[in-house]
Design a protein around this ligand. Structure first.
Ligand SMILES: [Cu+2]
Length: 216
């Protein structure tokens, strides 16, 4: 199944993903979860968009804010194409991450991002199993100061709602940019803005991303 692509140099003509190609995997295919407004969402409704699904919690000190920040950044860098990028944050800490908390949190990064919140420990457990996501509560000094260990990866779905990539931490998001830029000419990619991101965005103008060609 999966092959791990290598990061190309900035002037390398061959774009590739710094991700695991999970096309055709029999897990993480879909979800049915309420958003912060209580509306049930699933992958099918995002047709035409590249969807990045990240699992985390709002009190996370590092990985979560870094990832959300970068995803927001990518969306900006993509300009008009950014509208085709949908960020989704699934909380693994529904106890503290109430709908209000989630709304405020994502609003800080990009108001277009959607938060999903499992409504019971059972729903969270089932979801984690289906998405092969790890999470574990680590007790703190007080009842509410616990932290959550969790997988730091994102699933990326193509514009037809098919699962395509699993990416870890920061490259995660750049990959989404690459998918979104499919069939566009990012000639004016804002290279000066962010080195790593820029490489991949620029690369997409040269030929279709590797993982989008389909593998026999
Ligand atoms: Cu986190």
């Amino acid at each position: 199944m999966a092959g791990v692509a290598v990061l190309p140099g900035c002037f390398d003509n061959k774009p590739s993903f710094v991700s695991i190609d999970v096309t055709g995997a029999d897990y993480a295919r879909d979800f049915k979860l309420p958003d912060a407004n209580g509306r049930e969402r699933s992958i099918g409704e995002f047709a035409g968009k590249v969807v990045v699904v990240f699992f985390g919690y709002t009190q996370c000190p590092d990985v979560c804010p870094t990832t959300m920040n970068e995803l927001a950044e990518i969306r900006k860098l993509l300009g008009k194409d950014g509208e085709r990028l949908q960020g989704i944050f699934v909380t693994v800490d529904p106890q503290r991450d109430t709908p209000e908390v989630l709304k405020a949190y994502l609003g800080n990064f990009d108001p277009s991002f959607i938060a999903l919140r499992p409504t019971s420990p059972e729903q969270l457990a089932a979801l984690a199993k289906d998405f092969k996501i790890y999470y574990k509560r680590v007790e703190g000094r007080t009842e509410t100061s616990y932290t959550m260990d969790h997988s730091a990866g994102s699933y990326v779905y193509d514009t037809k709602g098919q699962l395509r990539l699993f990416t870890r931490r920061h490259p995660a998001v750049a990959q989404a940019g690459l998918l979104t830029a499919e069939n566009t000419t990012p000639a004016a990619a804002p290279c000066e803005a962010s080195a790593g991101v820029c490489c991949r965005l620029v690369a997409t103008g040269l030929e279709p991303p590797v993982a989008l060609r389909g593998q026999a």
